[in-house]
Write a protein that binds this ligand. Structure first.
Ligand code: SF4
Length: 233
C-alpha cells in the first residue's frame, strides 16, 4: 500500500522541519485547498510533473540509517493519501522517528496515523469560522477544528502554527485564534511570518512587512501558551 504514496519531492536533510531532529522530508503530492500564500503550488495537483517512486524513497532512507533521526511527511497534504500509514510504518521499521506536517484536511486519516507519529506540526490558518477566507473551501474550518481536537486528545507531541500576512489575517483574528487554541488545550504555538519564496500570488509578495506582528500582541499571546515561537515576524 505504501507504494500508493504519491511523492512530489524529497529533501535529504533538514534541521528545521522537526524540532531538534535531523530529518529527511517527504513531500506528498496533492492538496484540495488553495491558500494564496502557499509556497509549494507545484504540489497542489493530484499528480505531479515530477514524482518520485516510494521505493526510491525507501532505498534512500536505507542508506541514511544511523545518519538521520527522523522522516517528516509534508506536502501538499499528506492526510489525503491512502498509502500514508503504510509508508510511515515502513519508515518507522527502518528505525526513524516519524513527523507529520498537516493542515488537518482529512481528520479520519489523521486519527489513523497518529499512533505512528512521534511529532506533528499542524497549520492553523484562521479562526475556524473564517477559514474559507484563507483556503477558498467551504467547510475547511470544521475539518481543521476536528483535527486540532484529535491531535490534542492523542497526547502526541505537537505544535500548532499560523502563517501571518497582514492582508489575510488581522491581528485581532490572530488573538481570537490563539484564545481558541489555548482553550482547546494547545501548549505550543508558533507564529510564522509569510515567506514570499515560492508564493504564486503577486498581490501578497508585493506587500512590504507582510508578516509583521505587533510586539505588544506577541507578548499578550505568550501568556496563553507554555511555548510561543515567533519565526521571522
Ligand atoms: S493547505 Fe498547505 S499545501 Fe494546501 S494550499 Fe494551503 S498552504 Fe498549500
Amino acid at each position: 500500500m505504501a507504494a500508493l504514496l504519491q511523492v512530489g519531492g524529497l529533501t535529504p536533510l533538514s534541521t528545521t522541519d522537526y524540532p531538534g531532529q535531523l530529518a529527511a522530508v517527504v513531500f506528498c503530492q496533492g492538496c484540495p485547498w488553495r491558500c494564496a500564500y502557499c509556497h509549494n503550488p507545484r504540489l497542489l495537483s493530484r499528480r505531479g510533473e515530477t514524482e518520485i517512486a516510494w521505493t526510491d524513497v525507501v532505498a534512500f532512507l536505507e542508506r541514511r540509517r544511523g545518519l538521520l533521526d527522523a522522516v517528516v511527511f509534508s506536502g501538499g497534504e499528506p492526510t489525503l493519501q491512502r498509502g500514508l500509514a503504510a509508508a510511515m510504518r515502513e519508515a518507522r521499521a527502518l528505525g526513524f522517528k516519524i513527523g507529520l506536517h498537516t493542515a488537518g484536511i482529512v481528520p479520519a486519516r489523521l486519527k489513523e496515523v497518529l499512533p505512528l507519529l512521534d511529532w506533528v506540526g499542524m497549520d492553523v490558518k484562521a479562526p475556524f469560522e473564517d477559514y474559507e477566507s484563507i483556503t477558498g473551501v467551504a467547510g475547511s474550518g470544521a475539518r481543521a477544528a476536528a483535527s486540532v481536537q484529535i491531535i490534542l486528545a492523542s497526547g502526541v507531541d505537537c505544535e500548532f502554527r499560523t502563517t501571518l500576512h497582514n492582508a489575510l489575517l488581522a491581528h485581532e483574528a490572530v488573538v481570537t485564534l490563539a484564545d481558541k487554541l489555548s482553550a482547546m488545550g494547545a501548549h505550543r504555538y508558533a507564529l510564522q511570518a509569510f515567506r514570499a519564496t515560492g508564493c504564486a500570488a503577486p498581490a501578497l509578495t508585493a506587500t512590504a512587512h507582510a508578516g509583521h506582528l505587533d510586539p505588544a500582541i506577541r507578548d499578550e499571546l505568550a501568556r496563553r501558551f507554555d511555548t510561543l515561537i515567533v519565526r521571522g515576524a
